[in-house]
Design a protein around this ligand. Sequence first.
Ligand code: C5P
Length: 231
Amino acid sequence: PEIYAVVPAAGIGSRMQADRPKQYLTIAGKTILEHTLETLISHPDIHRVIIAISPSDEYFSTLPVSQAQWLTVVAGGHDRATSVQNGLAALPEQSWALVHDAARPCLSHADITTLLGVISDDTQTGGILASPVRDTMKRATKTGSGALNVSHTECRDNLWHALTPQLFNTGVLRNALVQGIAAGATITDEASAMEAQGHQVRLIEGNPANIKITRPADLPLAAFYLSEQAS
Ligand code: C5P
């Protein structure tokens, strides 16, 4: 079965405090979204890219990449999971969906290739890239006045940051998202919907340079990682 990249790109990126959605900010001469899409389509195993764009988006159609033959554009939804669902609807049932945030332009081909390794293991329905937690992790509770107290320290052994891409069998992921949304779950990544349905999700250590651009300080950091990749 073929492998399709699905890129949810319909967020507004409010934490960025920019004049436009964060994927349209420029790093090293190209928008974040162009970096992301070019990395995906230039990987030899990726067949096509499906992108979810907000119906009110004014920027996407101004990019030359919006006309690319290898790209299918679908409408974004009111949350990430719905945007991903709309993307999956454009795929054949028997295929693999590699879901990747538009806001992660520093993904490497090596990480994609490592993740695609789960396909050859037929006991798995899919897997995700992740990186180990570095800091000591605290669970907080709110006091009556709204201040925060430390409740306790979580053991950080075996705690990981979930990254993207997340790779799953398309039909199985579609079902898992339908069930998760119907159950009213908050779905911030594909794996959580799969886990809730009892599917095994393989966890693969990815490069921590694959950051999700969220805050203004992430822009120079991403520029640094991209320049390292280019050299
Ligand atoms: O907001 P956050 O950084 O978690 O968004 C992760 C990804 O999901 C981004 O690429 C964003 O564009 C996308 N997204 C989407 N549709 C939404 C909300 C977020 O495609 N309604």
